[in-house]
Design a protein around this ligand. Structure first.
Ligand SMILES: [Zn+2]
Length: 246
């Protein structure tokens, strides 16, 4: 697996593919930029499945996890609908306590073998986000490497061999794994006003979650991010990715 060249102008993200699997730790992770690109792709007729590794039950301070999980799952379904992603699945690993290891790799490999994607998208797993900010969430830092490893696992019939027996044949056709909001992006996806509006609507769908953030202006946040990514790419609006070519 080679990382593409960094620190040069980002290149357009290839679009000669049909199926994407979007894999993130929490409801709301895709909606801070990536979902606008998902809207562009589903508008082109591509299929995008969203896979949430947790139910996000530890994400709202004022709600206990038992009450929180169904709220956040419902919000994610509404959010996926806003950008045309037809399927949303949840793996139910514990929110806030994700661990790198075989159980996580096994579950991710199973999903990759079952959905057989051409492209996998996720969010930044580096210590910091593009533009700085605080130390990245432990679940995000754990998921990225596990996901890259699971792509290789999914292709190897001798790894998690019980899965092919269950009908999930190995899958070795993943071409790229792309992480949004990474500090060193390699590729960009140009956004139309319509893509950005759908991306904003997908974040708006996380209504209870956003109410808990008190005063956060999601519209301005997403537009400014799209303008910044666009400036680097030489287009009006964009969202950027760190891409690993498989
Ligand atoms: Zn998250």
């Amino acid at each position: 697996m080679d990382e593409t060249t960094r620190n040069s102008a980002p290149r357009p993200f290839p679009e000669d593919w049909q199926r994407a699997l979007a894999v993130v730790a929490h409801p709301d992770d895709l909606e801070f930029g990536v979902s606008s690109a998902i809207h562009r792709w589903t508008s082109q007729g591509k299929d995008v499945v969203e896979l949430l590794v947790t139910k996000g039950e530890a994400g709202i301070d004022s709600l206990d996890p038992g009450a929180c999980a169904p709220v956040r799952m419902a919000e994610q379904h509404a959010s996926a609908e806003a950008v045309g992603a037809g399927t949303v699945e949840f793996l139910a690993f514990p929110d806030g306590m994700l661990e790198y290891g075989l159980p996580l790799r096994r579950a991710l490999a199973e999903a990759i073998r079952r959905h057989r994607p051409d492209v996998i998208v996720s969010i930044n797993f580096r210590e910091h986000f593009a533009g700085g900010g605080g130390f990245n969430h432990a679940d995000h830092r754990v998921l990225g490497p596990a996901l890259l490893d699971a792509v290789r696992d999914a292709a190897n019939r001798w790894v998690f061999p019980e899965q092919p027996a269950e009908g999930n044949r190995p899958w070795s056709e993943v071409r790229m794994v792309a992480f949004g909001a990474a500090p060193e992006s390699t590729h960009y996806v140009e956004l139309s006003e319509e893509n950005l509006a759908a991306g904003i609507a997908s974040l708006d769908a996380h209504e209870v979650y956003l109410a808990d953030l008190d005063g956060f202006d999601q519209k301005t946040f997403l537009r400014e991010g799209a303008v910044r990514a666009g400036e680097r790419a030489g287009v009006a609006l964009a969202t950027s990715f760190e891409v690993f070519e498989v």
